[in-house]
Ligand binder design. Structure first.
Ligand code: SF4
Length: 472
């Protein structure tokens, strides 16, 4: 039993293929040895995998995304099964060279949301900081394959400076997610310096690290690394597993080290055809994660990036999985199924519909078994106009969106060009909208004041402040 851990850590280790059976344990368990003995070529892979012709074609293609696999992760591959879920994640296949409808280079619009290189500021209060382009192994469906993997092009100290400077002068950023590439492949001193500089910024409340190193290279989660990380609490970490076969004794021990250091752990998975697109697979994965103290966080729909075409599923496949989870296992084992909207729209959760119908005083729900029940609502409930306990609301310039309509701060959100289409060429001041020309055309939320100045709208007062408006 580990002295820090009140339960027995899983013992044992993943069996090795014969090609590595004579490697001394001391070397095998050294992350530096694992990194310097990664496999990438047809010649290396064919020593322990019976490669198929499409895999050989992809391995020999010049234009393919980088291939590197740690010997540890390669040990999880079934050498005789081309459909092995571990193998498909890291061994290229000719299908990944094919394009597909709507394939994009940067499907999440990260570059257009970057005020400085490698810093994505998409949401109001948080940023994604890309600190490296290097990973321990390379996933065939990587959403950042446009920048990841090039050994000669990674983020420099100067670019880290620009990223940190932007965060320091942007007080609304309270949450920084380090990603890449994989931040845990950085030299420890470089990572420590970044964490120290971020922690020195007063408005940065939490730091998160997204890493697949515990999965590809659990040997890297040493006491020394963990002791460095624990200096920078509150620090959270998301790992990335896709299939129950990745939950090994080595990963369990790595996660125990991180969790014992007070680092809350989450997991994100990508839903992939032929890898994990069955309810039983995701349920087994999520239950196995909870057992090693990792909370399933996101199940992502595959992004529209090169290499991922072979893995894409329908949205229906994801919904069926979520239907099979809710109610059938504990909520801690249920991730949020999300589509990261193409073009930079951000993540939207997708889930089965449980609210069947609603009247003024009744809401009718169904549960996972099909049981229907009514929740009787109070008819005298009024939400508070503002929360007097938390002070002034956080400003989200231009991003309050639908919540601003519910808060009574606006009445409509119109897509760009909507007004022009619907006025059919009339002059603004003849269009019945009133207000200053151009102001009402702003695609942002239209304020109550704009509405009040319009000729066809009336404000219905509620208490001291107007909170509701209607078209006459
Ligand atoms: S570990 Fe993450 S960044 Fe690296 S190749 Fe895989 S998905 Fe891409």
């Amino acid at each position: 039993m580990n002295s820090d851990t009140p339960y027995a850590l899983p013992g044992g280790s993943t069996p090795r293929p014969s090609v590595w059976k004579d490697v001394p344990d001391e070397q095998w368990n050294d992350w530096r040895w694992q990194m310097s003995h990664r496999v990438s070529t047809y010649e290396q892979l064919s020593q322990f995998i019976h490669l198929t012709p499409p895999e050989i074609t992809a391995l020999q293609a010049e234009s393919r995304f980088r291939v590197e696999i740690t010997p540890y992760f390669a040990s999880l591959i079934d050498p005789d099964d081309p459909m092995c879920p571990v193998r498909q994640q890291v061994v290229p296949h000719a299908r990944e060279l094919e394009g597909f409808e709507a394939m994009m280079r940067d499907s999440l619009g990260e570059e257009s949301h970057s005020p400085v290189p490698g810093l994505v500021h998409r949401y109001p209060d948080r940023v994604l900081m890309l600190v490296t382009t290097q990973c321990a192994s390379y996933c065939r469906y990587c959403t950042r394959s446009r920048i990841v993997g090039d050994p000669g092009a990674t983020f420099s100290r100067h670019q880290h400076d620009l990223q940190i400077d932007y965060i320091a002068r942007t007080p609304q950023v309270r949450d920084v997610l380090l990603s890449g590439g994989d931040p845990l492949t950085l030299p420890p001193k470089v990572l420590e310096a970044i964490l120290r500089r971020l922690r020195a910024i007063p408005h940065v409340e939490i730091i998160r690290i997204g890493s697949r190193v515990p999965v590809f290279l659990p040997q890297r989660i040493t006491d020394e690394l963990v002791n460095m990380l624990r200096q920078f609490h509150p620090l959270w970490m998301n790992i990335h597993t896709n299939h129950p076969r990745e939950i090994t004794p080595e990963l369990a021990r790595a996660c125990a080290r991180l969790a014992d250091a007070g680092i809350p752990l989450g997991n994100q998975s990508v839903l992939m055809a032929g890898v994990n697109d069955h309810p039983d697979t995701i349920k087994a994965l999520c239950q196995a994660l909870v057992k090693i103290r990792v909370r399933p966080y996101y199940l992502y729909q595959c992004d529209l990036v090169a290499g991922s075409g072979q893995f894409r599923t329908s949205i229906a496949a994801g919904l069926e999985i979520m239907e099979a989870l809710r109610g059938h296992t504990s909520g801690y084992a249920i991730p949020t199924y999300a589509v990261d909207l193409p073009g930079g729209g951000g993540k939207v959760p997708v889930l089965p519909n449980y609210l069947i119908s609603m009247s003024q005083d009744r809401a009718v729900f169904r549960n996972f078994e099909g049981y229907l029940a009514t929740y009787v609502q109070p008819t005298n409930y009024q939400r508070p106009a503002r929360n007097k306990w938390t002070g002034a609301p956080t400003e989200e310039p231009g991003q309050k969106g639908v919540s601003s309509l519910l808060a009574g701060e606006g009445m409509v959100i119109r897509p760009e060009g909507w007004t022009g289409t619907h006025t059919r060429g009339r002059e603004d001041d003849q269009a019945g909208t009133g207000g200053e020309a151009g102001h009402i055309l702003n695609p942002d939320v239209i304020s109550i004041e704009d509405i009040a100045n319009a000729r066809d709208v009336e404000i219905a007062p509620d208490g001291d402040e107007p909170v509701w408006a209607r078209l006459t």
